[in-house]
Design a protein around this ligand. Sequence first.
Ligand code: URA
Length: 303
Amino acid sequence: MNARGRSGFGKQSGPGNKQEPSPAEAQLSPEARARLRALRSMGLDDDDEFGDEGDRDDLLDVPGGVRLQKVLAAAGVGSRRHCEELIGAGRVEVDGQVVRRFGARVDPENQVIKVDGKRIPSRQDIAYLAFNKPRGVLTAMSDDRGRKTIVDFLGDRAERLFHVGRLDYDTEGLMLLTNDGELAHRLAHPSYEVAKTYWAEVPGPVPRDLGRRLQAGVELEDGLAVADKFRVLEQSGNRAMVEITLHEGRKHIVRRMLAEVGHPVSRLLRTTVGPVKLGSLRPGATRDLTVKEIGELYAAVGL
Ligand code: URA
């Protein structure tokens, strides 16, 4: 079987393979395209054994491991064919090493697999969700006072998820939920704080220099709090809707900052956490994060 494989990594395409290249395949180097075609012409599937000596790398196959393209496809990167194209193009890394072998066997539970430098969610038992927390819901798994908690919206998934940080009882909007402990820990840790954006309804009119003041920093009882960005979204009469972005994770931070500058918040909604946007997710609803969002979250916290 090795001989079959070795011959597949030669220069020529498989005989009679007249298939038009897909757009992604067309971008491959001639060598990678030839390899891909040869592989397909042999009709290899995931469990075939084949040699790969023309394409050695230092990555050891994991005994009993899973084919790299299968792991990528299962993670939602794309079809098996697209994943083979990514491997052929040298866009896939396993534990920091580019792997161009289609047959590499990897351990999706323990190895770090990246596409274009972004980690992919290779473990099947890990969930990554965006949740639109409604107003009047406690960020907790239970409440001895009988108030609604986020668990009321998660059904039977609740026990294997934890929330990344907290929103106040009266704050609405985007929360991330996962059972990836390391990611959740880093996202909530002050040294990795990712940017979060909020819409706040406040009394108007908002003075022109308010953004400058917030970006210069507001002195609070537990220290200075600084906004990264600020803008007025809407003003009418004595109400205004403002948008504020900050890296801070301290308790009631947005409410305290805006109260300190004379604009106490009457309604607060979180619209983004790092690369993840609330978008049109309904209050009380959840959605799976995309592979891209997960990769960007990992990158944001150095994983
Ligand atoms: N800042 C607040 O004041 N409340 C929240 O829920 C989140 C950020």
